[in-house]
Design a protein around this ligand. Structure first.
Ligand SMILES: Cc1cc2nc3c(=O)[nH]c(=O)nc-3n(C[C@H](O)[C@H](O)[C@H](O)COP(=O)(O)OP(=O)(O)OC[C@H]3O[C@@H](n4cnc5c(N)ncnc54)[C@H](O)[C@@H]3O)c2cc1C
Length: 496
């Protein structure tokens, strides 16, 4: 099968999956007004890969001559990574900063299990790498959408999976081993767009010890498998949402769902890790390594939109020349471009892992980029909210703006600078409200890993020997571990 059309993709979601949203079981996700926001956003992947203008970037021909998604192929060179960035940028620009989710997150998980399965096979003589490759082929050939189930619900965060006290299901685990596969139970949280995906790739989210063995499990499973229940994230908008009032929230609902696994059977050819506990942390770590590219690339595009909205609000309010506003706009431009540059540098200086021919962004640069973006987000929202004014919180609804009885009042009194229509100003105000919602705040801090996770990686990966060597040289302290960059430098000041 070649690429699917958006219609074929939507049809494929009518498969009896068990999905709840806003307190009700949803018999057909393609008929649900809110879930359809997510479905249509995911469908943009199919819209764009069928568009001849984007096909060269988004797709490649495989060995059999079938057109397949480029992102489902493993990246082996720096050029592959830079192309992947362009794919993510195109997706993100098309869908208001949030790339359509058909393959966006889980492709990185697929690469993670590709790398780690080879290591496990090497140590234990297992056959996981073959399973992963067959799964990759299956996803490619059927052009499937798939979600990444990494984050477990976790219960008491200070305890490992096997130490949890209330019950044993805070992390997904193997509850039965059979000749033809395994049975799993437990739950994953915040899993983006899963109700709009065909498949779910499940992997552990942390390092484990021997007694956590049952939790060291990775597999691929159809979303409609018996025993899987999805509970949708509370939507930010209601049925019939007006895109004037919610330009982003009304068209991008990522539906980060809670997934319960109640004795779900996984056939043995879909298993990528089964009890090899010392590799659990490696899967999570490798997922983060691959996923940094995706996260950072779309953040830069989201910031492009964000900074543009700040500049326009300044113009619409007539304050674009005020010194403090120019200062804030300068900061926002630096923030936007720095995220772009650091993310790109991470790809230019990419890393590869032994036992694999896959490459991923330099993890030190990538973690710095992600941390820098997330850590400064609230500062950025403070600036845009300051520039836009209190009207971001108090603006009447578009229903009032378009009501003939109140239109005149709003048109007259909510105008800004001469030459800018009141409608444009109101639309920009609504955009700023969506961009600075609490959903965006929490997503920025936690999605793709919380701040501490990046700090931990940065501390481990940073080249402190180099930093120390520089300081010792300047302080004229003898370095017992000479550093190649500093060891052979000429004496300074020179003896002239
Ligand atoms: C919008 C959104 C979309 C997401 N999409 C996906 C997805 O598609 N797939 C997926 O797998 N995940 C997804 N995630 C999950 C995301 O990766 C997690 O939110 C993130 O890893 C943090 O985990 P948590 O939410 O459980 O928070 P917690 O782990 O509870 O973190 C809360 C705080 O506790 C601290 N903490 C936690 N454990 C410890 C510990 N042992 N010791 C010290 N401090 C600790 C953290 O550092 C943090 O400060 C998404 C999250 C969001 C918000």
């Amino acid at each position: 099968m070649a690429l699917r059309t958006p219609q074929q993709y939507l049809e494929s979601l009518k498969d009896g999956r068990v999905v709840y949203c806003n307190g009700e079981r949803v018999p057909d996700v393609t008929k649900h007004p809110i879930l359809n926001i997510c479905n249509h956003w995911v469908a943009m992947d199919y819209v764009m890969s069928n568009d001849p203008r984007y096909q060269d970037l988004l797709t490649d021909l495989d060995e059999e001559g079938d057109r397949v998604a480029f992102v489902l192929k493993p990246q082996r060179t720096k050029e592959d990574l830079l192309r992947l960035r362009e794919v993510v940028k195109l997706w993100a620009r098309a869908t208001f900063g949030k790339p359509s989710g058909a393959k966006f997150v889980a492709k990185d998980g697929l690469n993670a299990v590709t790398v780690v399965s080879r290591r496990v096979d090497k140590k234990y003589g297992t056959n996981y790498a073959v399973n992963v490759e067959a799964y990759r082929k299956y996803l490619q050939k059927n052009d499937l959408s798939f979600a990444m189930g990494l984050t477990d619900v976790k219960g008491d965060r200070s305890l490992r999976p096997a130490q949890q006290k209330q019950h044993g299901d805070f992390y997904v685990r193997i509850v039965e081993e059979r000749d033809d596969g395994i049975v799993v139970s437990g739950a994953k949280a915040h899993i983006s767009q899963v109700a709009a995906c065909n498949e779910l790739l499940v992997a552990p989210c942390r390092a484990m010890r021997e007694d956590d063995k049952a939790y060291a499990v990775a597999f691929g499973v159809p979303v409609n498998a018996k025993g899987i229940t999805l509970i949708s994230a509370e939507p930010e908008v209601e049925e019939g949402v007006d895109l004037f009032d919610h330009p982003i929230a009304g068209s991008v609902y990522i539906n980060d769902a809670l997934i319960s696994f109640d004795n779900v059977f996984i056939p043995k050819e879909r298993i990528f890790l089964k009890g090899e506990w010392e590799f659990a942390g490696q899967v999570a770590y490798m997922f983060a390594n691959f996923h940094r590219l995706s996260a950072e690339t779309y953040k830069a595009i989201e910031l492009e939109l964000f900074t543009g909205a700040a500049a326009l609000m300044a113009e619409y309010n007539g304050v674009e020349r005020a010194p403090h506003v120019r200062d804030k706009l300068t900061w926002l431009a630096m923030y936007t471009e720095a995220v772009e540059i650091i993310g790109k540098a991470a790809c230019e200086h990419c890393s590869s892992e032994k036992d694999s021919d896959l490459v991923y962004p330099n993890p030190l640069y990538a973690n710095i980029c992600k941390f820098y973006f997330a850590d400064n987000w609230h500062e950025a929202t403070k600036f845009i909210q300051d520039i836009a004014g209190g009207i971001v919180a108090t603006c009447p609804s578009s229903k009032d703006y378009f009501n003939p009885e109140t239109h005149g009042i709003m048109e007259k009194y909510l105008a800004g600078k001469e030459g800018v229509s009141t409608e444009s100003r109101l639309r920009m105000i609504k955009l700023v409200r969506d961009l600075t919602s609490s959903y965006e705040d929490v997503l920025t801090i936690h999605a793709e890993g919380s701040l501490e996770a990046q700090k931990l990686s940065i501390l481990v990966l940073a080249d402190f020997e180099r930093y120390k060597a520089a300081a010792m040289r300047a302080a004229r302290v003898e370095n017992v571990k000479p550093h190649p960059l500093f060891d052979n430098l000429p004496a300074f000041p020179p003896k002239l």
